[in-house]
Ligand binder design. Structure first.
Ligand SMILES: *Cc1c(COP(=O)(O)O)cnc(C)c1O
Length: 360
């Protein structure tokens, strides 16, 4: 068996020890005589798995009882709609910070439900910058402020949490959740599709302040109502049981790595060395303002586009895979989530240096 270093943006690399444990428990979960996939979600074994996963996530992120933690389906993209359905609370306007492709997607869905104010829009910089807070045009009447702390495609990350005063802050943390400590109390809501830093695709984690709930738009389906999902323990219908279980294994793994502080140290180091290799190469280039470069997704371009194909195929031969940039921006992108070992980044840097020497 050969495992590659998989730089995919998502679904993405998972820790090998977690996969091994899932393999070991695959046919017989802890003496139950069955796989987690085969368990009833009402069974006490699965309830214990689900409860422990939530407790571990609450511990990792220090989530207080003021917040509901939901394990849903539909991906982060369904949240683009569920947020206005649930959080407008009788208001008609919402603020959005548009800093890349994913916030563009969130804006598009929100416009079906409310008047969207683009308090920030960095399209003119091709989504490579974040303007200083004084330049944001926030509306105090907005029901909430939505932003994307890490833009997965453009590699742009907020390194501080914006202060939005009394207006609840809503964050699409799909590609940065659990990568560093975060003060949950600063947020009205945090959500994330699982397939970057939490586990397999098919699970979406929502962390939402309970006092914001209970004002869902009329005609909202029960499954799309946070309040009802919270009351039903995310089990109004069958939840994504295997994804929930695997997420629980990931949470345990992160605790073993020193929690979010331990992850942050490792992630910052991995990112710093990769950006340093890019900037110092005189060959590769990252277009993003250094003040808002992502720790998780590192896009870069080669000096001549004709080199892209050779770069990708030579990298793949060395077991460095899925480095092609998103079709909308081109070039390369190395996603270096929690589960990407530092050795993977080191191997990528060594290859990049060798490739530059031969093609410079
Ligand atoms: C991947 C991603 C999404 C989309 O997630 P789905 O689960 O495919 O809906 C949304 N936002 C961000 C920031 C992402 O990285």
């Amino acid at each position: 068996m050969t495992r590659v270093f998989n730089f995919s943006a998502g679904p993405a690399v998972l820790p090998q020890s977690v996969l091994e444990r899932a393999r070991d428990e695959m046919l017989d979960w802890q003496g139950s005589g069955m796989s987690v996939m085969e368990m009833s979600h009402r069974d006490k074994d699965f309830i214990s798995i689900a409860t422990k996963a939530e407790a571990d996530l609450r511990e990792l992120m220090n989530i207080s009882n003021d917040y509901a933690v939901l394990f849903l389906q539909g991906g982060a993209t369904l949240q683009f709609s569920m947020i206005p359905m649930n959080l407008l609370r009788g208001k008609t306007k919402a603020d959005y910070l548009q800093t890349g492709s994913w916030s563009v997607g969130a804006v598009k869905e929100a416009k079906r439900y409310c008047q969207v104010n683009l308090a920030v829009n960095t399209e003119a910089s091709k989504f490579t910058t974040i303007p200083p807070r004084v330049e944001w045009k926030l509306d105090p009447q907005a029901a909430y402020v939505h932003y994307t702390p890490n833009e997965t495609i453009h590699g742009v990350e907020f390194h501080t949490v914006p202060n939005t005063g009394d207006v609840p802050l809503v964050a699409d943390m799909s590609s940065t959740i659990l990568s560093r400590p975060v003060d949950v109390s600063k947020f009205g809501m945090i959500y994330a599709g699982a397939q970057k830093n939490i586990g397999p695709a098919g699970l979406t984690v929502v962390i939402v302040r309970k006092d914001l709930l209970g004002h869902t738009l009329p005609n909202t389906p029960a499954l799309l109502d946070y309040q009802k999902q919270a009351e039903g323990g995310s089990m109004i219908n069958t939840p994504p049981t295997f994804g929930w279980y695997l997420a629980g294994l990931i949470f345990e793994w992160i605790k073993q790595q020193g929690g979010l502080a331990g992850m942050a140290k490792l992630n910052e180091r991995k990112a710093q060395k990769l950006y340093k290799a890019i900037d110092g190469s005189g060959f590769y280039r990252n277009p993003v303002d250094p003040a808002c470069r992502s720790w998780m997704n590192v896009p870069f371009v080669l000096p001549r586009e004709e080199l892209d194909k050779a770069f990708l195929s030579e990298a793949a031969k060395l077991g460095l895979t899925t480095l092609k940039g998103h079709r909308s921006v081109g070039g390369m992108r190395a996603s270096i989530y929690n589960a990407m070992p530092e050795a993977g980044v080191d191997a990528l840097i060594a290859f990049m240096q060798d490739f530059a020497k031969r093609n410079g």
